[in-house]
Design a protein around this ligand. Structure first.
Ligand SMILES: CC(C)(COP(=O)(O)OP(=O)(O)OC[C@H]1O[C@@H](n2cnc3c(N)ncnc32)[C@H](O)[C@@H]1OP(=O)(O)O)[C@@H](O)C(=O)NCCC(=O)NCCS
Length: 203
């Protein structure tokens, strides 16, 4: 089952592993330039979790997609930068769109008035996603800058986020493998959970 939920700083390892699993081409699209394993390590180590909201899509124990929303400037600034990545086998099934929608809900409820992202001109999928959220796309010095203006927070949007957090907590508990006592032989252990038929990795 695919579980979409917020990540905390203690899950930095999951983020690192996800970014490492991206193909070299997708990492280039994600960061705007080629980044190797050591670069991913530096990025995750330097990440300021207090200024960044992270929402991830877990398939079983593995993080397969992530959206990061980073506050730009001081704590009262109302602008955030968004970055998103989905592993190759999970792409083109709507996951990137779902993650961006979730990040925009978080942005809305934190009072951000502008969410922007930078991407390479050839990155059509992310530009397609931005257009779904009525984002403006402009060319800036060889890159593409996209700006989305989230709506103002309402009690309903706050409740929607809280409800989503509660549901994903329950989903996470539900999809966990049952605890097996250490003294039981390995052949009695539970089978791993099967991937959700709604979002099955492409063959
Ligand atoms: C960008 C990215 C997150 C999209 O994830 P995804 O799960 O494939 O996204 P979705 O399936 O929700 O939407 C992709 C859209 O792009 C469209 N698309 C895919 N390839 C395309 C192409 N070559 N040209 C135009 N549109 C394309 C899809 O049809 C889909 O649109 P639709 O929903 O209207 O059919 C993913 O491709 C990725 O991780 N890329 C590498 C990192 C990156 O580029 N990040 C963005 C910069 S921070």
């Amino acid at each position: 089952m695919l579980v979409i939920r917020k990540l905390s700083a203690c899950e930095a390892g999951d983020l690192r592993d996800h970014l490492r699993r991206l193909s070299a081409a997708d990492r280039r699209l994600r960061f705007g330039h080629g980044v190797k394993a050591a670069g991913v390590e530096r990025y995750v180590d330097a990440r300021d979790w207090a200024r960044t909201w992270t929402v991830g899509a877990f398939d079983g124990p593995h993080l397969r997609g992530v959206v990061e929303l980073h506050r730009c400037g001081p704590w009262w600034a109302m602008t955030a930068e968004l970055s998103v990545s989905v592993e190759g086998r999970y792409q083109n099934q709507g996951l990137g769109t779902r993650l961006v929608a979730q990040a925009l809900l978080v942005a809305r409820n934190r009072g951000f008035r502008t969410v922007y992202l930078l991407c390479l001109p050839e990155n059509r999928p992310i530009q397609r996603i931005v257009r779904k959220f009525a984002g403006e796309i402009t060319a800036v010095e060889g890159d593409i800058e996209a700006r989305i203006h989230p709506m103002r927070a309402t009690p309903l949007s706050v409740m929607a986020e809280a409800f989503g957090d509660g549901c994903s907590l329950l989903q996470g508990l539900w999809s966990q493998e049952p605890e097996v006592a250490n003294d039981r032989p390995a052949q009695h252990r539970a089978e791993p959970t099967k991937a959700s038929p709604r979002l099955r990795p492409a063959a």
